[in-house]
Design a protein around this ligand. Structure first.
Ligand SMILES: [Zn+2]
Length: 181
């Protein structure tokens, strides 16, 4: 959370600006307003051998899995970012598939841009991840989407169907593996 003005280092105070309560610089002549615009995040639904990969982050509750997500770097397009994230987190090179859609994640002040990624090769998880699953669409349908508390890392969850079928999206949820038989 931003507490001090990045322009003049004075404390930020709350004031109504453009009809909303916002953090602004205490020094009126400075004029800084913290707009707190949503941050774009890319999400990759990775398909390997007709199965969908879900991964679990080390900091998440046990049994919770989701798609691969990450932030854009400066000068990077969303398409470049999602391919890079897949490479970094799974150790495989992915080919960009179709754009799935964009989803507002208000709890995290994020805008999710989701892509289908086709990948192959041996998966080597990076330090962020503890485990992964490769599931058929039928298996995915049996997982239980869970909603985590606001303090927990949250990613949107995709309930995908491989092939010609459309994707159903369940934002603000993650897959819980423990209920799957
Ligand atoms: Zn200021």
């Amino acid at each position: 959370m931003m507490n001090y003005c990045p322009q003049c280092a004075r404390p930020l105070v709350f004031r109504t600006v453009d009809g909303a309560y916002r953090r602004v610089c205490a020094e009126a002549t400075c004029g800084f307003v913290f707009w707190d615009n949503p941050v774009p995040v890319v999400a990759g639904m990775v398909e390997i051998d007709s199965k969908i990969l879900l991964a679990s982050n080390r900091e998440w509750p046990r049994g919770v899995f989701s798609v691969i997500t990450g932030y854009l770097e400066r000068g990077e397009t969303p398409m470049q970012a999602v391919v890079r994230e897949v490479q970094e987190e799974l150790g495989v090179s992915g080919a960009l598939g179709k754009y799935i859609g964009h989803y507002s994640l208000f709890k995290r002040n994020q805008l999710i841009l989701a892509y289908h990624i086709h990948a192959q090769g041996e998966i080597v998880l990076n330090d962020e991840l503890s485990d992964y699953l490769l599931l058929s669409p039928q298996e995915l349908n049996q997982l239980t989407p869970v909603e985590l508390p606001p303090s927990a890392p949250i990613s949107p969850v995709f309930k995908p169907c491989v092939g010609n079928q459309d994707f159903t999206v369940l934002p603000l949820a993650m897959w819980c593996w423990k209920d799957f038989q």
